[in-house]
Design a protein around this ligand. Structure first.
Ligand code: SAM
Length: 260
């Protein structure tokens, strides 16, 4: 007889089974979910033979454009740039160009990252301040060179995203949310400061946060086009300024940058 046609009294009630508790432990459930997500992420974050081949070609392109610092080229070879791209845009990861990362910002062109890094003359143990964390790619290159990296981002969404993402792929700079045009006096002085956004003038506060011998690399110009400038601190009050090629960066906002 169909169960639904039985008089209510006679219908079989489900019996509790002492060996299968009704409530699933939420802590256990959370761990399982985390485990599944981590396996999924690991698959997405695969650095295959093909990716390494594409990266090798990119490094050669950057070298052909004049980057001759072997340590910088080796760091470029180590960081899987495709990790910073959505799956749909993977073919852009190993082209020598900047690419949008949301919030009107970009991941810098590999040549530009290499050029700024080369000017900084990073050594293992150097203390470097990066202004403009963005995707975190430049910070990873600096970490691969053995630097202790402090990085500041002014856009809250990018700051939150990158602060979460970099440790997931094994990179751990010290993050800050705020106006990097004022530097980060708490950890000063720095052996190097790299500004990855274009400024109207060289912020005095940044120069004052350099060690003697420390270098500030910063693009200076208007909002369309800037000249790469390197400032070396010679002593307490003296600085040497050198100017290099033109680049096109997004604007450095903030008190010592462009007003929003
Ligand atoms: N270094 C980044 C990378 O590797 O992806 C690229 C940075 S993107 C070209 C410039 C970044 O500077 C943007 O994320 C922007 O939000 C940030 N920025 C602009 N003004 C800033 C400020 N005053 N302080 C900190 N970050 C700032």
């Amino acid at each position: 007889m169909l169960l639904g046609l039985m008089p209510a009294r006679q219908q079989k009630q489900p019996q509790p089974n002492p060996s299968s508790p009704e409530k699933v432990n939420p802590v256990f459930c959370k761990s399982i979910c985390k485990f599944i997500v981590s396996i999924y992420l690991r698959q997405l974050m695969e650095d295959s033979y093909r990716h390494r081949g594409l990266r090798k070609r990119l490094v050669q392109t950057v070298k052909d454009k004049g980057i001759n610092d072997e340590a910088v080229l080796a760091a470029l070879m180590k960081v899987p740039r495709h990790f910073f791209f959505d799956n749909a845009f993977l073919e852009h990861a190993y082209q020598d160009k900047a690419f949008p990362i949301g919030q009107g910002q970009t991941i810098s062109q590999p040549y530009t990252v290499a050029f700024q890094t080369m000017l900084l003359k990073v050594k293992p143990g150097s203390k470097i301040l990066e202004i403009g964390t963005g995707s975190g790619y430049q910070a990873c290159i600096l970490l691969e060179l053995g630097a202790k990296v402090f990085t500041i981002e002014y856009n809250k969404v990018l700051y939150e995203q990158t602060r979460k993402f970099l440790p997931e792929i094994g990179y751990r700079p010290v993050f800050k949310y705020g106006d990097g045009s004022l530097g980060w006096p708490l950890h000063a002085p720095y052996d190097g400061i790299v500004v990855t956004a274009g400024a109207p003038v060289v912020p005095q506060t940044l120069k004052e946060q350099l060690t003697i011998g420390g270098m500030l690399v910063i693009p200076i110009g208007n909002t369309e086009r800037q000249r790469m400038v390197k400032i070396t601190r010679l002593d307490e009050t003296e600085f040497k300024t050198e100017a290099f090629d033109h680049f096109a960066f997004v604007p450095l906002l903030g008190k010592e940058g462009w007003r929003k």
